[in-house]
Design a protein around this ligand. Sequence first.
Ligand code: DGL
Length: 274
Amino acid sequence: MDKTSPSGPIGIFDSGYGGLSVFKEIQQLLPQYDYIYLGDNARVPYGTRSFDTVYNYTKQCVFKLFEMGCNLVILACNTASAKALRTLQHNDLPAGKKVLGVIRPTTEIVHNYTKTNKIGILATTGTVKSESYKIEVHKFNPEIEVFQHDCPFWVPLVENNEINTEGAHYFVQKDIRELLQQSDQIDTIVLACTHYPLLLPVIEKYVPKGVTVISQGPVVAGSLQDYLHRHAEVEASCSKNGQLAFYTTDDPRDFETKAQIFFGKPVDASHISV
Ligand code: DGL
């Protein structure tokens, strides 16, 4: 890390509102830092798009956060972490800039939950197709069998605040049944899309007793805290005035209305072009 570059806010990026479920936990655990949240609401969903498109969109947003002074950016989006993180880290990062994702922190802890060594992954179509969870889980725990199921309707349900509707109940019940039909020994389900914890009250109705559901927010927040302890130079590059800023590529008034529901408190948002 370049010691001469000024410290800056931590950037949190998602395709839309879902990353707020991660940001909320990060900000609660690490309130001393400054943060900029960027939601690419104008181009959500990412989960149904090609590798190239997700990579290009993610790169534009991450570089916008760098331009705004961030030295560390968290991809609070599984689809972007699955399809863009590796290439960004290997090919694109300017000196002194870091990008982290949400898949690695999650796959590092799943063995703490499963007793049967059979876990289920609920995610977007893009994340499922990338096989990133299978690959990362097997790096740490080759004995764990990973079953995946994509839930293409869940992100639109969350983005449109259709969380406790008949439609949400229908799709959540159907998708959980289809995942669990793959093995009756699945005892742990990872909500591997940052939008999905917002559906938790509905999800819990359809998950059988004895099956643990993992939301990523607290996991990613704990992992970031640990990362900053271990990387003093990155920690020193993060400014600490406890300030938050929210940007959206779509309408900021819509963002404020919905973000409040997902972030748990009122937010002031501004429009940004990437
Ligand atoms: N929130 C994103 C994730 O964690 C995906 C939502 C989308 O499809 O854009 O995968």
